[in-house]
Design a protein around this ligand. Structure first.
Ligand code: S3P
Length: 436
């Protein structure tokens, strides 16, 4: 287990940075590249452990993936094998900490004519897979979740799929994407409806690759057995990674933080809406489009924050940023209530509990409820010892909180940061912090 030690220091007036490529788009670019006919080139792929596990799993199923470091970041070439061209890996596929990698690949393998087993680390082995296994079984695959309570290891016996109409009980892009990826190899039409909109990168990338995908309200329709073309994909900076530094900009006195080339897909940027509602000063500039996704620069400057009630449809659009919203709420006037966020209990950790525990240790007044958090602010923060609980986002949220806390905060289990954000510590130093 490794520790990250963070001590605040004098921050410059203006910090301008970029963040690594979007994790969700990176996974999908590799997977759709593998299932395409022809070559896919990916510029700016996230080199985090989660994505590298997906790349390795695809290699074990016969896909050639070459990662070359270039002047402007890594350039990746995926030689597609066609939508049914994968081969049996011959050994279990290890996905590390990555729920996205495991769930999306369950969908992919369901459409292949072989059996494969997927495993993960201690965090992933606690996460529910029945939500994906169930619709895949309805499509005709046989899926065994061999841990207690439908957890990994998961064995997928693929092949012989037919399209289904599935009403998902959860707004989960991982569930939706697993079904759509299986639907590529299913006869007829696959339809997925969800209770609220989750991130839509799979739909966008399938369309760009030549599949017939229609989105109407909360329903996605895919015509089965398309021929997918190789694509040239440029991965924008991950909003979920930028969010750590944007919240720092909202909270640190005298420091404006600018993050360039950030993904601005509206299914991802709910945090901006929630923070603006609380009074935050967040500006968008240089908004353009890259590979079918809106991208731009976001500047965060400190402004007085007031408490807010956050729930409903906004939650799926900020699902990974709720711990950061809770941190911001510790500095806002009044009682912030976050509701309808029970999904956080089944992330890399039980994030309602781990957020409340970490922020309380740092001096916040934060309580976990059954489906959310109640935060009373403002409270001054102080240095503390924090455990990541195998969760990269808890580790990084605590590191940003540490910028407001006098003294040295020690974060145990900081190695998990590498799953999604290589180079996080270096960027933290740009905010004046002493980081070891
Ligand atoms: C992701 C979807 C989200 C998110 C995760 C990445 C994806 O999970 O929490 O970090 O890439 O599809 P759910 O959609 O299952 O909530």
């Amino acid at each position: 287990m490794s520790d990250l030690r963070v001590q605040p220091g004098p921050a410059p007036e203006r910090v301008r940075l970029t963040v690594p490529g979007d994790k969700s788009i990176s996974h999908r670019a590799l997977i759709l590249g593998a299932l395409a006919e022809g070559t896919t080139t990916i510029c700016g792929l996230l080199q985090g452990e989660d994505v590298l596990h997906t790349a390795e799993a695809l290699r074990r199923m016969g896909v050639e993936i070459v990662i070359e470091s270039g002047g402007e970041g890594p350039m990746v070439t995926v030689t597609g094998v066609g939508r049914q061209g994968l081969h049996s890996p011959g050994c279990p596929l290890y996905l590390g900490n990555s729920g996205t990698g495991m769930r999306l690949l369950m969908g992919v393998i369901a459409g292949q004519d072989f059996t494969a087993t997927l495993t993960g680390d201690e965090s992933l082995e606690r996460r529910p897979m029945g939500r994906v296994a169930e619709p895949l079984m309805q499509m005709g695959a046989f899926v065994e979740c061999r841990g207690p309570q439908a957890t990994p290891p998961v064995t997928v016996h693929g092949g012989g799929l037919r399209g289904i109409h599935y009403q998902s009980p959860v707004a989960s892009a991982q569930v939706k994407s697993a079904i759509l990826l299986a639907g590529i190899n299913a006869a007829g039409e696959t339809v997925v409806a969800e209770p609220a909109r989750s991130r839509d990168h799979t739909e966008r990338m399938l369309q760009a690759g030549g599949a017939q995908v229609e989105v109407e309200g909360l329903t996605v329709r895919l015509q089965g057995e398309p021929t997918l073309r190789g694509q040239e994909i440029t991965v924008p900076g991950d909003f979920s990674s930028a969010a750590f530094f944007l919240v720092a900009g909202c909270l640190l006195p005298g420091t404006a933080v600018m993050v360039d080339n950030v993904l601005l897909n509206p299914t991802r940027t709910g945090l901006l809406e929630a923070l603006r509602h609380m009074g935050a000063d967040l500006k968008l500039t240089d908004v353009t489009h890259s590979a079918g996704e809106p991208v731009g620069t976001i500047t965060a400057t400190r402004a007085p924050l007031r408490a807010a009630e956050v729930g409903g449809k906004l939650i799926p659009a900020m699902i990974d940023e709720v711990p950061l919203l809770a941190l911001a709420a510790t500095q806002a006037q009044g009682e912030t209530v976050i509701r309808e966020a029970a999904e956080l209990r089944v992330k890399e950790s039980d994030r309602l509990t781990t957020t409340a525990t970490a922020l309380s240790a740092l001096g916040g007044e934060v309580e976990a409820t059954e489906d959310g958090l109640v935060i009373t602010g403002p409270t001054p923060l102080h240095a503390a010892e924090i455990d990541s609980h195998t969760d990269h986002r808890i580790a990084m949220m605590a590191a940003i909180a540490a910028l407001l806390a006098a003294g040295e905060t020690v974060i145990h289990g900081a190695e998990y940061i590498a799953t999604s954000f290589p180079g996080f510590g270096e960027r933290l130093r740009e905010l004046g912090a002493e980081v070891t």
